[in-house]
Design a protein. Structure first.
Length: 285
């Protein structure tokens, strides 16, 4: 069976996030499926303006972790070495190079999971469609107040924000236009649908938390490849324990910022978005 992009190379699907909505879990789950091939780590970030070298340090750290684990398991590692060499040392990172990263997939369905694509502009999404004219697109969505809390903890645990940052500044950062874009779900769906008509699938973090096997099976059905192995156990993607809890006032500000966007989205996805709206409304005095 050929992949959707077999004629041109490259991934047959891309997952564009949002952040903190189960993209890491999905990457790990699909890597365990015999009909799928994904890179050793997610976030190739080829289509973002900064390009794939933007997180090269993260790529090298991941290479060390993957390579070490393979050696410890006694697995063959030359293929891994070649792949990471192509990824990190290529003098030119053009579209042919990007497509070539997926050549190990063979007949399996290849995918690129890069949440940074979620915030691409309309012209940038058009560029992705031109490069991958037959690919499918996955969007994973999460209740935005929970997603914002998880983002805060993630940034603290990565050392990107100090744990002692005043709560008012945390809220200001999470409600700034750049951060609000991570919760602009309806506009993002419409932007990708305009360039990938009939090939955009929307899935919800809620289902991952309550029924991970059904969640993955539904994604497999959308992508057209069966899920043959039980997925890894779902864990609540809270971003770790490092950040202090939010006050009621902070939650109210963030919830109020996202509530109008979720009310617009609820007309299209009553479940679970009506519940999200109720939860956001309850957080606003």
């Amino acid at each position: 069976m050929s992949t959707p992009e077999a004629s041109t190379g490259g991934p047959g699907f891309i997952c564009v996030g949002t952040q903190r909505a189960g993209t890491s879990w999905l990457h790990n789950a699909l890597r365990q499926q015999p009909d799928y091939w994904l890179p050793p780590f997610k976030e190739l970030n080829f289509f973002v303006p900064a390009g794939p070298r933007a997180n090269i340090d993260q790529k090298l750290l991941t290479f060390h972790r993957v390579f070490t684990a393979q050696v410890q398991r006694g697995q063959a590692v030359p293929e891994t070495l070649r792949w990471f060499s192509d990824l990190c040392l290529a003098p030119t990172m053009d579209l042919d190079w990007y497509r070539g990263l997926f050549s190990p997939a063979g007949p399996r369905l290849a995918g690129d999971i890069s949440p940074s694509y979620f915030r691409l502009s309309d012209p940038q999404v058009a560029g992705v469609a031109a490069a991958l004219p037959r690919a499918k697109v996955l969007l994973l969505l999460r209740q935005p107040l929970d997603r914002a809390r998880s983002q805060h903890r993630f940034m603290v645990n990565r050392g990107l924000w100090p744990a002692t940052m005043p709560e008012a500044e945390v809220v200001a950062r999470l409600t700034a236009p750049q951060s609000m874009a991570w919760g602009d779900y309806l506009a993002t769906i419409q932007r990708w649908e305009a360039h990938f008509p009939g090939r955009v699938g929307v899935f919800f973090y809620d289902r991952l938390c309550t029924a991970p096997e059904a969640h993955l099976k539904a994604i497999g059905e959308f992508l057209g490849r069966p899920i043959r192995r039980t997925p890894p156990e779902a864990t609540i993607n809270a971003g770790g324990p490092g950040a202090p809890p939010w006050s009621t006032a902070a939650s109210a500000v963030v919830a109020a910022a996202f509530l109008p966007k979720m009310q617009a989205l609820a007309a299209r996805y009553p479940e679970p978005v009506h519940r999200w709206c109720a939860e956001l409304s309850a957080a606003v005095p």
